[in-house]
Design a protein around this ligand. Structure first.
Ligand code: ADP
Length: 398
C-alpha cells in the first residue's frame, strides 16, 4: 500500500505516489503557476507515471483545482487514488514553531495550529494549509499526516537556538532559531550511517544541503546541535536568490537611505540576493557557464558562496570537536564536484581531503569521495525528502 506525498508551495504543488517500504515511485509530478496565467503551449501540470508524461494545459485557479486535475491525471494513468486504498497522505509543512516536533496526524485543531504559525512562515504555511484542506476534501477516508521541516531541529541546545536580542521581545514574538530542511538533514545523516556501517548514535556529522535553498547542520550522536537557517529560511549560507547572513544593520540603513519599505526589503533579501543578486542568474549550471565565459561578477558570486560555506564548515568542526563524516546533498551538493572540492580545499591539516577521481565519478548512488583510509570520511548522499515523509507518515498510522 502506497503513500501520497504532497508538498504545496505558494504557487505550486509537487507530489509523489510511492511505496514507503521499497521507495518505488509509482507516479510523480508538479502543478505550476497556480493562480497565474499560463502561456499557450506551456503545461500547468506535468504528471509522470510508468515512464510516460501526461500534461494538463490551461490556468489553474487555486490549489483545490490543481489537486483535482492531479487526481484526474492519476486516474488516466491507471491509479484511482480514491479506490487505491492509500495508507496515508504525507504533507510537507514548513514551520512547526514550538508546537510540532514530530510527524502529526492531521485534525481540524492541527490545521488551525499550522495556520496560526503563518506569522513565522507567511509564504509557506498558508500554502501548506490549503494543500492539506484540499487533500482532506478529496480523500476523506485516508489518514493525513503533517511532517515538519523544523522538527529535526526542535531540540537544538539553548545556546544554539537563542538570538542575543532583548529576551522579552524574543519571547513575545517566538523569535529563536528553528532551522529548516530538517527532513533532508535527518534522512541524509541516517543514510551516512548506513553507508559507513555505523549507528547514527556513534557519529558526529556535518551535513551540507546545497540546493536552491541551502543549509548546513551539525549533528552530534544523531541529534542536531546547530543549523545555519534561523527564524526563517533566510539565514545562513548564500543561496540561489537569498542573501543568507548579512549585518542586520543593513535593513534600517536601507530604510533610511534608500527609502525602502519592509516588503521591498523582504523581496530584496529573499528573491533578488544570493547568487542571483551578485551574478544575475540563480541556477548553478548557468553560473558555472558564466564563470567559464570569463564573467567576473559570476566569479565573485561563486567565491562568496564558497567563502560562506567554508565559514560554516569551520564553525561546525569546532562546535563538534570530533567529526566522523562531512556530507554533501541536494542539487548543487550532489552534482557539483567543483563546489565540493573548493568547499574542502586545503583542509588536510584537519584530516579532510577529497579524492579527485571519486569526486568526479559519474555515480548517482550514496558514496564516499574521500580517499581510502581518510581520517574524516567525506560523502555525497542524494537526499529524498519524499521518501522520508512517506516513511514518517506510514510509521505514524501503522
Ligand atoms: P530545491 O531547493 O529547489 O529543491 P535542488 O536541490 O533541486 O533545489 O537544487 C537546485 C540547484 O541545483 C540549482 O541551482 C541547479 O542549478 C543545481 N544543479 C542541478 N544539477 C546540477 C549540475 N549538474 N551541476 C551543478 N548544479 C546543478
Amino acid at each position: 500500500m502506497r503513500v501520497l506525498v504532497i508538498n504545496s508551495g505558494s504557487s505550486s504543488i509537487k507530489y509523489q505516489l510511492l511505496d514507503p517500504d521499497t521507495g518505488a515511485v509509482a507516479a510523480s509530478g508538479q502543478v505550476s503557476r497556480i493562480g497565474e496565467p499560463v502561456a499557450p503551449g506551456t503545461p500547468s501540470v506535468e504528471h509522470d507515471s510508468d515512464g510516460h508524461t501526461l500534461e494538463h494545459h490551461g490556468a489553474i485557479k487555486d490549489h483545490a483545482a490543481g489537486l483535482r486535475v492531479v487526481f484526474d491525471l492519476f486516474a488516466r494513468s491507471g491509479h484511482d487514488l480514491t479506490a487505491e486504498g492509500l495508507r496515508a497522505v504525507g504533507h510537507r509543512v514548513v514551520h512547526g514553531g514550538e508546537v510540532f516536533y514530530a510527524p502529526t496526524l492531521i485534525t481540524d485543531a492541527v490545521v488551525r495550529s499550522i495556520d496560526e504559525l503563518s506569522a513565522l512562515a507567511p509564504l509557506h504555511n498558508p500554502a501548506n494549509v490549503v494543500g492539506i484542506e484540499s487533500a482532506r476534501a478529496l480523500l476523506p477516508g485516508v489518514p493525513q499526516v503533517a511532517v515538519f521541516d523544523t522538527a529535526f531541529f526542535h531540540g537544538l541546545p539553548d545556546a544554539a537556538k537563542t538570538y542575543a536580542i532583548d529576551a522579552k521581545v524574543a519571547a513575545a514574538h517566538g523569535i529563536r532559531r528553528y532551522g529548516f530542511h530538517g527532513t533532508s538533514h535527518e534522512y541524509v545523516s541516517g543514510r551516512v550511517a548506513d553507508v559507513l556501517g555505523r549507528k547514527p548514535e556513534e557519529l558526529n556529522q556535518i551535513v551540507l544541503h546545497l540546493g536552491n535553498g541551502a543549509s548546513a547542520s551539525a549533528i552530534r550522536a544523531g541529534r542536531a546541535v546547530d543549523t545555519s537557517m534561523g527564524l526563517t529560511p533566510l539565514e545562513g549560507l548564500v543561496m540561489g536568490t537569498r542573501s543568507g547572513d548579512i549585518d542586520p544593520g543593513i535593513i534600517p540603513h536601507l530604510m533610511r537611505t534608500a527609502g525602502l519599505g519592509i516588503d521591498a526589503i523582504d523581496d530584496l533579501l529573499n528573491r533578488n540576493s544570493g547568487i542571483k543578486g551578485l551574478s544575475g542568474v540563480n541556477d548553478f549550471r548557468e553560473l558555472q557557464g558564466l564563470i567559464d565565459s570569463g564573467d567576473t561578477a559570476a566569479r565573485l558570486a561563486y567565491d562568496v558562496y564558497i567563502h560562506r560555506l567554508r565559514h560554516y564548515i569551520g564553525a561546525y568542526l569546532v562546535e563538534l570537536g570530533r567529526v566522523d563524516a562531512i556530507t554533501f546533498t541536494a542539487g548543487v551538493g550532489e552534482n557539483s564536484p567543483q563546489v565540493r572540492a573548493d568547499a574542502l580545499a586545503d583542509l588536510s591539516g584537519f584530516g579532510i581531503t577529497v579524492d579527485p577521481d571519486r569526486n568526479t565519478a559519474k555515480d548517482r548512488a550514496a558514496r564516499l569521495i574521500s580517499p581510502r583510509g581518510a581520517q574524516i570520511p567525506v560523502l555525497v548522499v542524494p537526499t529524498n525528502e519524499e521518501l522520508a515523509i512517506a516513511r514518517a507518515a506510514a510509521a505514524l498510522v501503522a
